[in-house]
Design a binder for this molecule. Structure first.
Ligand SMILES: Nc1nc2c(ncn2[C@@H]2O[C@H](COP(=O)(O)OP(=O)(O)OP(=O)(O)O)[C@@H](O)[C@H]2O)c(=O)[nH]1
Ligand SMILES: [Mg+2]
Length: 458
């Protein structure tokens, strides 16, 4: 094992490299204190260094010349993030200061930390389970309040504990089955009904967790919304309205938007990525053709489609064809320009699409609340959850699905006098899937993949 070698001292710049009030160089490992003491000149020299204290002084280079005035935090193992000795050097944040201090630390015997290595050490030391380690990244990347709330709950270990608890329940069931397998004479006939009931209870809780992913994924990744429609129906005007800025060019000339425009907003705590696209029509030139191709690509990746029509015009054949092409998608049929005299027959529109209908004016802002409400309703078909542990990671969701598959197999085998060997086999697989979520059973390559997504210094 090269990557997970403990024993060496790692160091990294833990704050973004840029001009700011404070930047932090962090060290963790058995030599952290020794390295720091060689570089640090405290304002008030002292014989005893106490843990969890701040010291004011200077970091100096090999010639004794000061690099910066800093506040140094000393944290002795085991009450630290990594459970090793940790030193944090709070200096002024600037490229030259931070990189010079890091260079001195590395020259002093530390090794540059790999992405996520501090958190990896916290995981390997047993301070965090894997769901908590992953939540560190989730907290950093949270894009909305609701997303942050869920990430913080993961960091507290609520998800990990729930999964570990379910795994324990399965281990209990497995123990009963295995006892009967190992000592068939001493064990009375296994209570199939009781085991079946215990299994169903675990399955129900797992299903609940698995289903929370629909909303969890939205909180994490955001909702992809694409605005499409014929030229000039007001797509860019709607984008601007939702963003509350004049982001996209709006003009009465059809074909104004040629490339797609993407921006983010937060709707009731859920991050939404909004894409305005080039109007759907037969391309007039090569640039427009490329624009249309991009519209189709964005459309393919959308969670929700907003199909815009101009209410002051009759419905066209192109609209009908486009809407029919979207029949298998989730979306809203948005009638725009309701401030103008209406020419569009709503019943005709209803005939070609099953999308819920919303009427708005991108010009006056009328109907915008209904539009946003309709959007969220589509995104949260489960109605939205306000409490309980939620799954936000694709990795966790996959393991939950696989675990449920194995339990389904096990459940199917539970008839009177079932092949207990096979039941045990399915149960063991199911237990392993849960162990991969919390990290109790995890391969090195999976760890590698998870932590390589982190930034250096975390
Ligand atoms: N009266 C009225 N005019 C609108 C409304 N929404 C947009 N318009 C006007 O319709 C014209 C086209 O608006 P855009 O937002 O550029 O339309 P678009 O769908 O982005 O058009 P392309 O980019 O060409 O596909 C502009 O003159 C807008 O001011 C509305 O709700 N009411
Ligand atoms: Mg436009």
């Amino acid at each position: 094992m090269t990557r997970y070698e403990a024993g060496d001292t790692i160091a990294a710049i833990s704050t973004p490299l840029g001009e700011a009030g404070i930047g932090i160089v962090r060290l963790s490992g058995p030599q952290a204190l020794e390295i720091a003491r060689r570089l640090f000149r405290p304002h008030r020299p002292r014989a005893v260094w106490r843990s969890h204290q701040l010291y004011l002084g200077h970091i100096v280079d090999a010639h004794g010349e000061s690099i910066d005035e800093v506040l140094l935090t000393l944290m002795r193992a085991p009450h630290t993030y990594t459970r090793e000795d940790v030193i944090e050097i709070n200096c002024h944040s600037g490229y030259a200061v931070l990189s010079r201090i890091l260079d001195e630390v590395l020259a002093g015997g530390a090794r540059l930390a790999r992405p996520g290595e501090f958190t990896l050490r916290a995981f390997l030391a047993g301070r965090l389970d894997l769901t908590q380690a992953e939540a560190v990244l989730e907290v950093i990347q949270a894009r909305s309040r609701a997303g942050l709330r869920v990430a913080e709950a993961h960091l507290e270990g609520y998800l990990g504990r729930q999964v570990a608890d379910l795994r324990e329940n399965l281990l209990d069931i497995l123990a009963e089955v295995e006892a009967a397998l190992d000592f068939p004479e001493e064990t009375p006939d296994l209570p199939v009904r009781k085991l079946s009931k215990a299994l169903s209870e675990v399955q129900a809780r797992l299903l609940h967790l698995r289903d929370s992913y629909q909303e969890g994924r939205l909180l994490r990744e955001g909702l992809q919304v694409v605005i499409v429609g014929r030229p000039n129906v007001g797509k860019s005007s709607l984008l601007n309205r939702l963003l509350k800025t004049e982001r996209a060019i709006v003009s009465p000339i059809p074909g104004t938007t040629r490339d797609f425009i993407e921006e983010s907003i937060v709707l009731q705590g859920i991050p939404v990525r909004l894409t305005d696209t080039a109007g759907l029509r037969t391309a007039q030139d090569q640039v427009e053709e490329i624009g249309l191709e991009r519209t189709r690509e964005r459309l393919a990746g959308a969670d929700v489609v907003l199909y815009l029509v101009d209410g002051s015009q009759p419905l066209t054949l192109e609209d009908c064809a486009a809407l029919e092409g979207l029949a298998h998608r989730q979306g809203l049929a948005v009638i725009n320009k309701i401030d103008l005299p209406q020419e569009l027959a709503e019943n005709e529109l209803a005939k070609v699409t099953s999308f819920p209908m919303v009427k708005i004016s991108a010009l006056t802002g009328q109907g915008l609340d209904e539009l946003q409400g309709g959007l969220l309703k589509l995104a949260l078909t489960g109605g939205g959850r306000t409490e309980g542990v939620m799954v936000t990671e694709a990795r966790h969701h996959q393991h939950l699905c696989k675990c449920l598959d194995f339990l389904h197999q096990a459940g199917g085998l539970l008839i009177s006098d079932p092949p207990w060997e096979l039941v045990a086999l399915e149960l063991r697989e199911a237990i392993r899937e849960l162990g991969e979520i919390t990290g109790e059973e995890i391969g090195e390559e999976v760890l590698e993949r998870i932590f390589s997504g982190f930034c250096i210094g975390k």
